[in-house]
Every structure is written in structure tokens, then in C-alpha cells.
Design a protein around this ligand. Structure first.
Ligand SMILES: [Zn+2]
Length: 638
């Protein structure tokens, strides 16, 4: 497999070099482009899909070595991928933007051997890698001893969680080809077959397939693999696996033309959420997300605050410390193996000068601690990619990237779980302020990285969309900040200016007191957006908000409950966000005052860059900043 990857990589690099040269020529030929037209010049220079496919084919014919490992079809898929990248550079997209010029890729980031999609119009038309066998055949071959001998694919779905459906040995045997020699007739265990390449001599490459064996995963597996007619495209993918021999793990990615699998509990939860007739507002901060929702009539207020608990904060800080230590160890390793590229530190220089002055023998510096040596232009003398790196360095770097990927996956899984809880409580009709979390990351990098509010909002949008498809709710809608100014207004419509440091909302007009974020989320719940595609069409429905202020029993308690109270009652989640629910507290009915100002339609004003003073406190912590920055400025617009 490594040799196949090496061959595919060298072919791809040759094609990428050709693409870079041809693109440079096309860019330089300004007169020819003006005279004969850009398309003609591109064609003359061989900048077409066909020309690249022919080039790949010629490489394969001329190189015996490549032909041992690659088939023509595989070479052509490679050429298609290279051409796509070159075309993105040559032809601007709808927004007039184009990608950078193509350049040779790196071995360490080369992951995918693209396969050809299965044709669903011509029978048995699937070149390069293909999946053969059937799920029933696989079950027959590797049936778990605990499963009855006559259980079918459908029956196996009934095995309770924790049981096993398959018993696949540690070393799987590749199935043998059918007597006719045609893999299309194979009905046994699943296998990936690569026909072609060297092929002729060594025969087809047949890789046995290992499926998840647990009963919990079986329904998911069966959903995608039962119908071979839906199998569409197979790519070979490798990922770094420092623990494995060779340092890589190989897998086949199958694309299936089928609706995604939804587990029965998820389907039931979404069906129940689709029945909820509620309107919710989502207030997003650097360190917490507050959701407040009301029943359609403006009654039954509910609030949920999602934030990182203390233990999780400490765990994340410890993980960041560990990653920093590992990164510094990698840096030391790189410095030690590339000493000529780094200057000495001041202390090292002083010591050398001292020893020279005292007439002592100069010492060898094994680890220069100074800056990287620059050229006159200020760039490194030697590109980082040309550095010599030890095997331990590569190993360490692979471990770091694998750990980071695992952390990201865990965080995404938690985001989906929290989003599911939020939509189940508050329904799928929700409004969130349109803010670019990426911009926050530049200012509050570490806080945002720990809490990842953007990831949570994306998960919330996906879950709300899945529920919205079942009912009439519109899902999660974005509302522009300027025309709504939810953090600066009260439910009664009065403007209540607050600085970032003001964590409590106190309305002088109606007397409503509450947590700043909760009130903002409550106002957001009454925002209507005329055109969901344009956040600028958002307006606050003041009469409805005022009605809720009057009708919702216990609203004051829902909005003003201190954050400390729900934290004690939150459900424990192993290492993750803790949604702290404050639902429907009984409280005395509160009368709204007689002052009835309306929220003015604020015209969009140009935003003048970041505020002059950088806030010292993140929005989630009360009273720690003395900053005149309003909430709108706190969320800078691009
Ligand atoms: Zn008010």
C-alpha cells in the first residue's frame, strides 16, 4: 500500500509541476491572450482536463515503475484532481476570486487516492476500487456465536446494545474470487477490490473489509450497506497513526447515495421537538450561550444557560499546557537537528564572549536558543520544509495532530448532544444574532477556543434544521445586530443602555430586572425576520414582547435567577458543557408600567473598527471590566 501511495504521489507531483509551469506560461502570455483570447491560449498550452489526462497517461506509459502500482484509471483521477486545482487558479469564481497557483503537494499531507464513481446507468461499471460482496454474505461468514444461525441482516438489528453481531478475527482473510473469475458475482464477505495496475501479473488486489461488530452500530451499518445499488464511490484514505507500524492507518471511504441514518431515539426526540410551538432567542457570548423561549402565546418562559463548568475549564487548561510543552519539545528537537539555521541566544553569546576573553576553549552549542536566521528580505534562510527532522520529531508531531483531531471530534460530539437537548427543550423556531465568531477568535482567542461558541451554534443550526424539516418551524434564523440591538433594549421596548461591564439589566421604564444575557435572549425570541436569507430584515415584534411581559407568569424569576443557582442542579455530563436549566418558576405576577416607548428602527451605521479600549473582561464574567464598550461593539462586524 505504501508503494501504491508513493507511486500515486510521484505521479501527482509531476502533474502538479506541469500544471504550475503551464499556469505561469498562461499568465505571462498577456499579448497572446489579448489577441487570440484566453480560452484559446489555455488550450494551446495544454490547460484542459483532456490534456492533463493525456499527460498522466503518458507518464504511466513511460514509467515501468508507476505502471506496477497504478492503473490508467487511477492516474486519470489524479489528473482530474490536479486540473480542478489549476482551473480554480485560472478562472475566477462567481465572486471574482481565484485560488493561488498550483504547487507540488507534500508527502505528509497526501491522504486520498480518489476512485471512480460507480455508474448507475451501466451495469457493472465501476473502475479502480470497488466494493464487492453483500452484507448478508458478510454476516454469514463472520456470524457471532451468540447470534442465532438463521438470523438475517434485519433480525441482527434487534440484538440489544452491548451484544455483538459479528465476530471478525484479528487477521481477516481476503475472500477468494468466484470460479467464473468475475468479482461482480461475489456474494460472500465484503471486500475492496482494486483491479488493474501491475495487476496483470500479481492479480487483483483484494482487501478484506472489517465492519463495526457491536450491536449498537449494526443498524447504522445495515442502513448504508444493505443495498449495493446505492454504493457510489470508494476512495482510499490514509491517516497518521503514530502507534501503527509504518505510521499510517489505511481505510476505504464509501460514498452512499442514501438519506443519512437517523437512530430511532433521535427520530422520536425530533418528532417530539417538532410538535413544540415555541419561539426561542439564542444569545451567544465568548464564554456562554443563553437560550430563552416562550410558548406561542407568550407564556411559559424557559431559560437554559450553556457554559463550561469549573472542572472542564481546568481540564482544558491542562490539555493546553500539555500541548504547549509538547510543541516546545518539538521546537527543541528541530533546533538541535538544524543548528545552522538558528542564531545563539544573548546568554549563549555572552557566555562564548566570556570564555573567549578568559582564553578558554570554546564550547559547542548543541541547542541554539536564538531566532531563526533570516535573509536580507527577512524570510528564513532555509525553508522550514527543508529542515532535517528526526524520526522522533515526526512521531511527536503525528501524535500531536492525532490528539488535536480527537479533541475536535469530542468537542463536536458534545456540541451535537447539547444542541439536541436545547432543541428538545426550546423547539426549532429560534433566532440568533448574526455575528462572526471568527472575528472574536482574533481578540479572545483562548476563551473562544475553550468554549467554541461557533461550533455550538453550528450544531444548533443543524439540529434545528433537522427538526424544522418535520414541522413548520423555520429552524435557526440569523438576525442582524444593528436593527434589533437586543442587548440594549428591554422587553417593554425601552432602550436600556448597558456597557460590557453591566451584567444586570434594570429597566427604568417597566422595572424588569434580570440577567443581561437572559434579557437579550428573551428580546431575540420576539425578533421576526422578513427574509431569512437577509439578517438585515430582522425587527423586534414589540407588541408581542410586551404581551409576554404581561402574560408570562414567573418571567422575572426565569430571567433574573442568578447563574450560581442552576449550576448546582445541572446534569452531569462527562467532561463537557453543562446545560443549566431554569424552567418555569412560579412567581408573583408582575404588572408592566404605563410607559410605552417603542424600539426605534436604528439605521445601519458604519462600524469604525475595533473599539478604542480593549475589554478586560470576557462577557461571561460580571463586573470585571470598566469598559465603555457596548454590546454591539463587543461583537465586531467584518
Ligand atoms: Zn422595560
Amino acid at each position: 500500500m505504501v508503494q501504491r501511495y508513493r507511486a500515486a504521489f510521484s505521479l501527482r507531483r509531476a502533474l502538479q509541476r506541469q500544471a504550475a509551469r503551464r499556469c505561469r506560461a498562461a499568465t505571462a502570455a498577456s499579448h497572446a491572450r489579448a489577441g487570440r483570447g484566453a480560452a484559446t491560449v489555455r488550450e494551446e498550452l495544454g490547460l484542459t482536463r483532456e490534456a492533463f489526462e493525456q499527460a498522466a497517461s503518458r507518464h504511466l506509459e513511460r514509467s515501468r515503475h508507476l505502471a506496477h502500482h497504478l492503473s490508467k484509471a487511477l492516474a486519470m483521477h489524479s489528473a482530474d484532481a490536479v486540473w480542478t486545482a489549476a482551473a480554480r487558479h485560472l478562472v475566477p469564481d462567481a465572486r471574482g476570486q481565484r485560488a493561488g497557483p498550483p504547487s507540488p503537494g507534500r508527502w505528509w499531507t497526501f491522504q486520498t487516492l480518489p476512485g471512480r464513481a460507480c455508474s448507475h446507468t451501466i451495469a457493472h461499471k465501476w473502475e479502480t476500487f470497488r466494493l464487492v460482496g453483500t452484507l448478508a454474505g458478510h454476516l454469514d461468514r463472520y456470524r457471532s456465536p451468540s447470534l442465532s444461525a438463521v438470523a438475517t441482516v434485519g433480525d441482527a438489528g434487534g440484538v440489544p446494545r452491548g451484544g455483538s453481531v459479528l465476530a471478525q478475527p484479528r487477521h481477516l482473510q481476503a475472500p477468494t474470487a468466484p470460479r467464473s473469475g468475475s468479482w461482480w458475482e461475489h456474494r460472500g464477505a465484503l471486500a475492496v477490490v482494486f483491479a488493474g495496475g501491475p495487476a496483470a501479473r500479481a492479480g487483483d488486489l483484494v482487501l478484506p473489509v472489517r465492519l463495526p461488530a457491536g450491536a449498537g452500530a449494526w443498524a447504522h451499518t445495515a442502513h448504508h450497506l444493505t443495498d449495493p445499488g446505492a454504493w457510489h464511490k470508494l476512495d482510499l484514505v490514509r491517516t497518521r497513526a503514530p502507534g501503527q507500524r509504518g505510521g499510517w492507518r489505511y481505510a476505504a471511504h464509501l460514498l452512499v447515495l442514501a438519506p443519512p441514518y437517523v437512530a430511532p431515539p433521535t427520530a422520536a426526540r425530533r418528532a417530539a421537538a417538532a410538535q413544540l410551538d415555541r419561539r426561542a432567542g439564542v444569545d451567544v457570548n465568548v464564554s456562554n450561550v443563553t437560550v430563552v423561549s416562550f410558548a406561542a402565546a407568550g407564556t411559559d418562559g424557559r431559560r437554559t444557560v450553556v457554559t463550561l463548568d469549573q472542572g472542564e475549564r481546568q481540564r482544558l487548561a491542562a490539555a493546553a499546557d500539555r500541548a504547549r510543552r509538547q510543541a516546545r519539545a518539538l521546537d527543541r528537537s528541530r533546533r538541535a537537528t538544524n543548528r545552522a539555521q538558528y542564531a545563539w541566544s544573548r546568554a549563549q553569546e555572552r557566555r562564548a564572549a566570556r570564555r573567549a576573553a578568559a582564553g578558554l576553549r570554546p564550547v559547542t552549542v548543541s541547542l541554539p536558543r536564538g531566532p531563526r536566521r533570516p535573509t536580507a528580505a527577512g524570510v528564513p534562510e532555509q525553508a522550514y520544509r527543508r529542515d532535517a527532522c528526526s524520526a522522533a520529531y515526526r512521531h511527536g508531531r503525528a501524535r500531536l495532530s492525532v490528539a488535536a483531531a480527537a479533541r475536535t471530534r469530542a468537542s463536536q460530539a458534545r456540541a451535537r448532544q447539547v444542541a439536541a437537548d436545547l432543541v428538545a427543550t426550546h423547539g426549532a423556531r429560534a433566532v440568533v444574532e448574526a455575528a462572526d465568531v471568527g472575528v472574536w477568535a482574533r481578540r479572545w482567542g483562548r476563551g473562544v477556543a475553550a468554549f467554541t461558541p461557533g461550533r455550538l451554534v453550528r450544531a444548533l443550526a443543524a439540529e434545528a434544521a433537522a427538526v424544522a424539516r418535520l414541522g413548520a418551524a423555520p429552524g435557526l434564523v440569523r438576525a442582524a445586530t444593528r436593527p434589533t440591538a437586543c442587548s440594549q433594549h428591554c422587553l417593554c421596548g425601552a432602550r436600556v443602555p448597558k456597557t460590557l461591564a453591566d451584567r444586570v439589566h434594570r429597566c427604568p421604564a417597566c422595572g424588569l430586572t434580570g440577567d443581561r444575557d437572559a434579557v437579550a435572549a428573551a428580546v431575540l425570541a420576539f425578533v421576526t425576520v422578513t427574509d431569512p436569507a437577509d439578517p438585515g430584515t430582522a425587527r423586534v415584534d414589540v407588541p408581542a414582547a410586551r404581551q409576554a411581559l404581561a402574560d408570562c407568569p414567573g418571567l422575572h424569576a426565569v430571567l433574573s435567577e442568578s447563574r450560581a443557582a442552576p449550576l448546582g442542579r445541572r446534569r452531569r455530563r462527562p467532561g463537557g458543557w453543562a446545560p443549566a436549566s431554569a424552567r418555569r418558576r412560579r412567581a408573583a405576577r408582575r404588572t408592566a408600567g404605563s410607559v410605552r416607548p417603542t424600539i426605534p428602527d436604528e439605521p445601519p451605521r458604519p462600524h469604525h473598527g475595533p473599539p478604542e479600549t480593549t475589554p478586560r473582561a470576557s462577557a461571561g464574567h460580571a463586573g470585571r471590566g470598566r469598559d465603555p464598550v457596548h454590546r454591539q461593539d463587543f461583537w465586531p462586524r467584518a
